[in-house]
Each structure stands twice: as C-alpha cells, then as structure tokens.
Design a protein around this ligand. Structure first.
Ligand code: PHE
Length: 452
C-alpha cells in the first residue's frame, strides 16, 4: 500500500492542479445548468442561496475533500479506507468513496448526452439555418433535434469516445494538456456574449432577474436545487476533487488553490447568466424553459452578430472542451479505482468504465424522445438521474467528507496538512466544516422533505 502511495502520479506543478481543478469545476454546470436552474427557480433568490452555499458549504468542503485526497493518495474508495484506518475509525467510511464513484458515473451518463448537444451545435450554428434566426425558429429547431433519438445516440457516443480517449492517456499526458488553453478562451467568449447581452435591450431586465431576490418565489425544492447546484458546479462530494488532490504535491496551499477555483467557477456561472437572460427577455422567451435554455437563446445572439457563425462555432467548441475537462473528473475516480483494485491497465479500466457509462446514458438520450413517457416519481429518466445525483448524492457525499475531516480525523493531522499559518484562517475553516456546512446540508434536506 505504501509503495503504491509513493508511486502514485503527481501534477507537474501547483498551476497544473489549479487548471485541472478549474477544468473539473467549470463545465456544463456553469454554462448550461446554472442559467436554466436560475430561470426555473425564479432568479435572484435562487442565485443568492446558491452563492451562500458556495461560500459557507462548498468552499470549506472543497478544501476538506482536497485534503483527504492528498493525505490518502489513492482512489477515493481506498483513500477513505486508509484514512479511516489511520484515524482508527470504522472501515465503513470507504462507502463514502463508493457513493462518490457511483455518483460520478451516473452524472457522466447524462452529462455526455448534453455535451453531445453542444458538439452537434458546433456544426449547426455554422449553417445558414441560424442566420437571423428568431426565437420561435430556434425553439423549433432545438425541439426537433432533441426528439430525434438517432441524433441523441450519435452525439452521446461521439462525446463518450472522445472523453475516454483523453482519460486513457493518463494524468499529465491527457488531463493537463487539455485544460491549459481552453479556459482563458472560454472566458473571452463569455465576455463577448456579455457585451452582446448589454446591447440586446434586455440587459436591465436580465440583470434584475438574476440579482433582485424575490423570496416569494423560493421553495424548499428551489433551495435544495441551489445547494445541489453548488456541489455540482464546484465538482464536489463525489471524489473527483479528492482524486485530483491525491495527485497534488505536498506543500501546495490547498486553501488558496480552492478559493481560486471556487471564485473562477462562480464568476463563469454568473457571466453565463448575464449573457443568457438579456437574450431571453429581449426576445420574449420564457426563463423557465428548462434544459434547452442555452440552446434556444444563444443561436439568436449568434444569428444577429457579424460573423456570428464563426463566434458560434468557437463558443460551442469551447463548451465542448469545458465539458470534456469536467467529464474527465467525473470518471477519474472510477478509473483510478478499477486500475488500483483490479490491477487493470489504465486503458482497459477506461474502456470498461466508458462502456458502462455509455450504456447507462442511453436512458437519458432516449428520455427526450422515445422514452419521454417513462416516468418514475413523476420525473423522466434524465430528471431522475439528475435529481438523485446533484441534489441528494453530492450533498450527502459532501456531508460525509466534512464530518470525516472535521470530526473524525485528528485536528493536528488536518492542521499540519493544511498549513494555513498562525492566523484565524484554520479556525474559520474548521468551524465552517465542523458545524456550518453539515448543519446547512441537513437543514436544507429536512426543509425539502417538508419536515421543517
Ligand atoms: N462541475 C462540473 C460542471 O459544472 C460537473 C462536475 C460535477 C464535475 C461533479 C466533477 C464532479 O459542469
């Protein structure tokens, strides 16, 4: 075991870790999911709860999860086992690792379908079809695309294969190189779209929708969704930050890196919101449109810009890359586990994990068309997988991480691992992780259940 921990791969630098962790955090969650959830749950109040969750629950847990990973230096399941042993706690803690591996796997199954949409749009925006397209036509176009099971199948498959090829190339070969240039380029495209939003005539309304909280619109379900989104967007509670932390060299400040990643992630989500809602209002669209929101609004923006086809293509290429770097993080815990425990070659582990995930993803791909009538608990298969993973499994995984780091691990071990210096920073983190984050998660769960 010790030998395995020593041989475990490492990032080439602190910057490499930050880029990979930002790559994991920034993805469809920011560009596709945040805007449509904000739209569905009434805007400002949802955004405010989301921001509070990022600061008071997400960031402390991100630090905790990275810390566990670096200390354990293995896949999440084995890390939890080793750390539990070290802290003389129950080996059952390794089930937290299992929860994470399963969640990542389930999320990737539908993530791949949606990422497939952005791949398809790379080619669609580039056609004359989208020139000066108006709202009704953009919606019709999207609906037709979504209801074709053949298209869904093809793009889901293409995305999954691309992801697995990158993952199979290993930590520094595939993961690092993929993130280095894409993130700054994505940011530049969002700035462009924000400028378009400012000139669209709907900016004031879009801005007010996102930042004027109307608490009468906030339900227990909305609060749960906001917390789930904080976990989803930061990429927490399922072992991917843990596994990235396990590749982190000693003496890199976990707290500072995490704060950077969380800020970047939040900024990108808000920028996406500020790009999309002005378009929604300027074109008389409904904010509550759901998962198709960006696919029905952005083509309108690109259709009206000079050289919009080019910007549109570049944008969806970048969304695709943002999605790939998150997808890598979603499957990495499963791949690391298969490689360690079944002694599989990394490429073989990728093949197995990828195939299984692809098969599961068919449920989502078809939930928009031939299986749209298949419902469980009043949700389509896509909605169900999304709800269970983002709103239940990730916060639960996060809760376990927080409890383990702040209650089970000896405080001295944690303190020496974090090296936060003599100031109040460590105490603040410890209090947030020990009390605030777990209490927040439990209260939000109970509230959504109607117990409170
Ligand atoms: N954070 C990613 C996104 O916003 C998704 C993700 C979730 C990645 C969980 C890793 C772990 O798109």
């Amino acid at each position: 075991m010790t030998e395995q921990r020593l041989l475990h791969a490492q990032w080439s630098s602190r910057m490499a870790f930050i880029l990979a962790a930002s790559g994991s955090a920034i993805g469809l969650g920011n560009i596709w999911k945040f805007p449509y959830l904000a739209g569905q749950y009434g805007g400002g109040a949802f955004v405010l709860v989301y921001l509070l969750c990022v600061v008071a629950i997400g960031l402390p847990i991100m630090i905790a999860e990275t810390l566990l990973g670096r200390r354990g230096r293995q896949s999440p399941i084995n890390t939890m086992l080793t750390l539990a042993e070290e802290a003389k706690a129950s080996p059952n803690w390794h089930y937290a690792g299992w929860l994470g591996v399963t969640a990542g796997f389930l999320i990737l199954s539908y993530y791949s379908v949606i990422a497939g949409w952005s791949m398809a749009y790379i080619f669609k925006v580039n056609s004359a079809l989208f020139e000066h397209i108006h709202a009704a036509a953009a919606t019709r176009f999207f609906d037709e695309f979504k209801s074709s099971w053949e298209f869904q199948l093809i793009w889901h498959t293409v995305f999954m294969v691309a992801t697995m090829v990158i993952v199979s190339r290993g930590v520094s070969g595939g993961l690092e190189r993929a993130t280095r240039y894409m993130m700054p380029a994505l940011l530049a495209m969002l700035v462009l779209l924000d400028f378009y939003g400012m000139s669209s005539g709907g900016f004031g309304q879009g801005f007010a929708f996102l930042f004027n909280p109307d608490f009468s619109k906030l339900t227990g379900e909305g609060v749960l969704a906001a917390m789930g989104q904080a976990f989803f967007s930061l990429g927490l509670g399922m072992g991917s930050i843990m596994v990235y932390g396990s590749y982190l060299p000693a003496h890199v400040s976990i707290a500072r890196s995490s704060a950077f990643v969380a800020s970047a992630d939040t900024a990108v989500a808000l920028m996406a919101g500020l790009a999309i809602f002005p378009i929604v209002f300027a074109n008389g669209l409904e904010p509550t449109m759901g998962p198709g929101l960006i696919f029905q609004t952005l083509p309108i923006a690109f259709g009206q810009m000079p050289a919009g086809w080019l910007f549109g293509m570049v944008f969806f290429v970048l969304v695709f890359f943002a999605a790939v770097t998150s997808a890598i993080a979603l499957i990495e815990p499963a791949v690391a586990f298969l490689a360690e425990n079944l002694a599989l070659h990394r490429k073989t582990a990728c093949l197995y994990a990828g195939l299984a995930c692809w098969a599961l993803g068919l449920a989502t791909a078809f939930s928009f068309n031939i299986w749209s009538e298949v419902k469980l608990f009043d949700k389509t298969l896509f909605e169900l997988v999304d709800f269970v993973t983002a709103n239940l499994m990730l916060p639960l995984g996060g809760l376990l991480v927080a409890v383990f780091a702040a209650w089970v691990m000896p405080r001295a071990t944690v303190e020496s691992e974090l090296e936060m210096g003599p100031g109040p920073a460590f105490g603040l983190w410890h209090a947030l992780t020990r009390y605030v984050a777990p209490a927040g998660i439990v209260i939000i769960f109970l509230d959504a259940l109607g117990v409170l």
